[in-house]
Design a protein around this ligand. Structure first.
Ligand code: PPS
Length: 293
């Protein structure tokens, strides 16, 4: 299938977006959430796929093996806001789900979450990743994903990230918006990519207690093994190889999976400018990230 030209960014209620995430807006906003729904919310490149796979295994690894072996992860965990011509929308896929609970992926900033999720007290697992590794990962993703705007060169991309002119808007506003929301609701678990890299099994235990799951130590160990970076990279149902918009000759979707790869991309000058700007943008929050382990 021939791909349409790359989409362009536009301002959508104060957030940079592309049409693929706004065309279905009314249906997204009118979605009927359920109390047992679990939203996996992230700014892009924070470890969304990793968390989707972890949750899918925690809930459904006892199901017949066909689920894991032949159903792509993006069908098991629909992407709420996506609507691309020629493909079922996230809402269509959500309506097709027959499993409970429903696991739902979203990159929406907190103010765009359909109100039904709050009314139904659905749970949210938010994963955040430090800004420097996020922008590097996003840059390589935008290079290889023809459904994203043209990234341009690294220097201008970095500036655009600092200006919040990315699909799904400003990283700074996304991570702090969800952080603030978490202070007033017990239904949000706020996790960090860096913590997941440091000790996946520990974070899995936090996840299980938040979700009220009494997962056995053996299952936790098995899940931890299955979601190791190299295992996911080789897993055709989870490594993005089913996505027709991805050009793997440019970059893999499972690229490095590390904390600190930003050091291979930022020049000394870019780093100084970034840090200075970061201090200003993040001065009113107590949210802290690790950029090295
Ligand atoms: S997306 O497109 O927004 O849904 O991307 P997302 O899944 O959020 O993020 C992709 C980055 O997460 C890394 N990743 C992992 N790191 C460690 N362990 C595991 N298992 C894992 N799975 C995915 C992936 O490699 C991308 O990061 P980079 O830095 O580009 O490698």
């Amino acid at each position: 299938m021939e791909l349409p030209p790359r989409p362009t960014l536009f301002d959508f209620h104060g957030v940079s977006m592309t049409k693929y995430f706004t065309d279905n807006w009314d249906n997204i906003q009118n979605v009927k959430a359920r109390p047992d729904d679990i939203l996996i919310a992230t700014y892009p490149k924070a470890g969304t796929t990793w968390m989707c796979y972890i949750l899918d295994l925690l809930y459904f690894s006892q199901m017949p093996p066909e689920r894991q072996n032949s159903v792509p992860l993006h069908e098991r965990v629909p992407f709420l806001e996506i609507q691309m011509p020629g493909f079922p929308s996230g809402i269509d896929e959500l309506n097709e789900l027959t499993t409970f609970p429903r696991l739902i992926k979203t990159h929406l900033p907190v103010q765009f979450i359909p109100k039904s999720f709050y009314e139904q007290n659905s749970k949210v697992v938010y994963v955040a990743r430090n800004a420097k590794d996020s922008v590097v990962s996003y840059f390589h993703f935008d290079r290889m994903n023809m459904a994203q705007p043209e990234p341009g060169d690294w220097n201008s991309y970095l500036q655009r990230f600092m200006d919040g002119k990315m699909v799904f808007g400003s990283w700074y506003e996304h991570v702090t918006g969800w952080w603030e929301k978490k202070q007033t609701t017990s239904n949000i678990l706020y996790l960090f990519y860096e913590d997941l890299v440091e000790d996946t099994e520990r974070e899995l235990s936090r996840l299980c207690s938040f979700l009220g799951l009494s997962t056995s130590a053996e299952l936790k160990r098995q899940v931890t093994e299955k979601v190791l970076f190299d295992n996911m990279k080789n897993n055709k149902m989870a490594n993005g190889s089913t996505d027709e918009a991805f050009d793997f000759t440019i970059s893999p979707f499972m690229r490095k999976g590390k904390v600190g790869d930003w050091m291979n991309h930022f020049t000394v000058q870019q780093n100084e400018q970034f840090d200075e700007d970061y201090e200003k943008k993040m001065k009113n929050t107590d949210l802290q990230f690790r950029t090295v382990l």
